[in-house]
Design a protein around this ligand. Structure first.
Ligand SMILES: NCc1[nH]cc(CCC(=O)O)c1CC(=O)O
Length: 318
């Protein structure tokens, strides 16, 4: 017998995290049989502050990596204080603590990176030596690959903070995930988007994921929010991440698309300065037997090929 309501949802306090948790709260409550207005009774949001939320001024990788946004939430899950947590899939490390699982992935939002600038319409059009604000090693390397003249300025913080820094002139342009902007009601801000094949986004970008304890993975309410095509695509992308030992210290992009039974994907990794880029494209036809494993295998093999070619040059030294 799986857990009955209430299903307590652990939520970080950032605006984006609250927006994402709010979206999923409505879906989960509906799956549990809640009528409109009963969301808090069926699926209450439990606020949790993480170390990552408290530290805003240094690069993620310098302060301990992706795990900083998930550690306190995962402790609450393991202690039984909450029953699930909603994350951006791209923020999840390749491996989870024992006892926890990424239990369900709903429909993916727009996976692309968006370009926002008061100066010009596209990344390619930035003036020589312009300042691109980002704290993401992948965005830095991908931008420098096409525009080695650009100056990268560290622009960390949540979406609002980064937009405010752009407004104040701390950078000439920034790159942000379109999905996050959409969820915050700011989807109209970008001037243009990076092509996801030419410049693949982070593995899993645009997808949310529900993390639970292992024993709850079969619950009916989880089944109700799963999206099969998204699950297949992100299995491939996270396979590539795993093969590349992806962390905040490697610039890895992966983008998978499912068209009927045909799964195609592109994987790339770059040296942090963007000077060298290693890419593999591949596809497989899914036969319905174990599509998620087949998708992950495609990502693993393309990722391993990129890793073999790029070697240690792909990893940012300490
Ligand atoms: N690293 C920050 C982060 N984590 C998840 C998102 C939103 C994108 C998503 O849902 O994948 C963002 C903002 C951004 O990259 O612009």
């Amino acid at each position: 017998m799986s857990r009955q309501p209430p299903i307590r949802i652990g939520a970080r306090g950032s605006k984006l995290s609250l927006a994402q948790s709010g979206l999923m709260q409505a879906r989960i409550a509906a799956a549990l049989g809640a009528a409109p207005g009963e969301e808090e009774a069926y699926a209450p949001l439990i606020p949790i502050v993480t170390s990552g939320d408290r530290i805003q001024d240094r690069r993620l990788m310098e302060i301990g990596g992706k795990g900083l946004f998930t550690k306190e939430i995962e402790e609450a899950l393991l202690d039984g204080r909450i029953d699930c947590a909603i994350h951006s899939l791209k923020d999840m490390p390749a491996e989870l603590p024992p006892g926890l699982v990424l239990a369900a992935t709903p429909e993916r939002e727009d996976p692309r990176d968006a370009f926002i600038s008061p100066v010009c319409a596209r990344l390619e059009d930035l003036p020589h030596g312009a300042r691109l604000g980002t704290a993401s090693l992948r965005r830095q390397a991908q931008a420098l690959h096409v525009r080695p003249d650009l100056q990268i300025v560290m622009l960390r913080g949540n979406v609002d903070t980064r937009l405010a820094k752009l407004e104040r002139g701390e950078a000439d342009a920034i790159l942000l995930a379109q999905s996050g902007l959409n969820r915050l009601g700011l989807g109209h801000l970008p001037n243009s988007w990076l092509d996801p094949v030419a410049c693949p986004p982070a593995p899993g970008q645009g997808a949310l994921v529900i993390e639970t304890r292992l024993e709850d993975v079969g619950a009916d309410w989880l089944e109700a929010v799963r999206c099969r095509p998204t699950t297949i695509c992100v299995a491939a992308e996270r396979g590539a991440l795993f093969a590349l030992e992806g962390s905040c210290r490697t610039a890895v992009g992966a983008h998978a698309v499912l068209d009927g039974p045909k799964l195609s994907m592109i994987v790339e990794a770059l040296t942090p300065d963007g000077a060298r880029r290693f890419r593999r494209q591949g596809e497989t036809t899914l036969d319905g037997a174990d599509d998620i494993a087949a998708a992950r295998a495609l990502g693993l093999s393309l990722g391993a090929a990129v890793r073999a070619e790029g070697g240690d040059a792909l990893i940012l030294p300490d």
